[in-house]
Design a protein around this ligand. Structure first.
Ligand code: C5P
Length: 211
């Protein structure tokens, strides 16, 4: 079984994808980490993530480890959204993602273009979203929890510009696949969102009220 989970930043798609992977006993790939790794490598090399050649150079020399805690930083997230605009960078990361999706037994992948580009043949496709305000609040709480000094307005501004860049780019923009199920997590707890995701993956109805 291949499960594709797409959606904008801080929508809850990562948490949901990990929970689905646990539920079905499937391997999971957070594809955002690949773009973050490219973005971070460009920054560390003193390059410019907006430069296609700097980004492609980093994509070609990407290490396979995706466990660097630095990948979770806001700087890596912003650099990721800049490098992910370049079609050649996306092409360089395509094979690794497709092989992960098509491994024997299936897999869960989350990102922006899983249901549309990486695994259009996925057995279940979810598009997870939430209002920008709710996503900013969640991201803000997460960053405050990490001891960082952040302001809601600044985080909301960042989320909006990331949405805009991810949706407006011509190469594999953030878009809900025609055959994906929409899951709005704005008013759901994590437990409710996960239960809804499992129900949708199994093509069952879900209402938070009878959870
Ligand atoms: O999901 P995450 O916030 O970690 O992704 C970081 C950035 O990587 C996104 O803003 C997006 O620009 C890019 N990305 C992408 N395609 C994916 C996953 C992430 O373009 N499949």
């Amino acid at each position: 079984m291949i499960i594709a989970v797409d959606g904008p930043a801080a929508s809850g798609k990562g948490t949901i994808a990990r929970a689905l992977a646990r539920h079905y006993g499937l391997p999971h790939l957070d594809t955002g980490l690949l773009y973050r790794a490219v973005g971070l490598a460009v920054l560390e090399a003193g390059g410019d993530p907006a430069s296609a050649s700097d980004a492609l150079e980093a994509a070609h020399h990407l290490s396979s480890a995706l466990d660097d805690p630095g990948l979770k930083s806001e700087a890596a997230g912003k650099a990721a959204s800049l490098v992910s605009v370049h079609p050649d960078v996306r092409a360089a990361l395509l094979d690794r993602q497709k092989r992960f999706a098509d491994q024997q037994g299936g897999a869960v992948l989350d990102g922006r273009d899983i249901g549309t580009v990486i695994a259009p043949h996925a057995d279940a496709k979810l598009f997870v979203t939430a209002s920008p305000e709710v996503r900013a609040r969640r991201r803000c709480d997460e960053l405050l929890g990490m001891g960082l000094d952040v302001h809601l307005e600044a985080v909301l501004h960042d989320i909006r510009s990331r949405d805009e860049r991810d949706s407006a780019r011509s190469a594999a923009p953030l878009r809900m696949a025609d055959d994906a199920a929409l899951l709005d997590t704005s008013d759901l707890t994590i437990e409710q969102a996960v239960a809804a995701a499992i129900a949708l993956a199994e093509n069952r109805p879900f209402t938070a009220a009878n959870d």
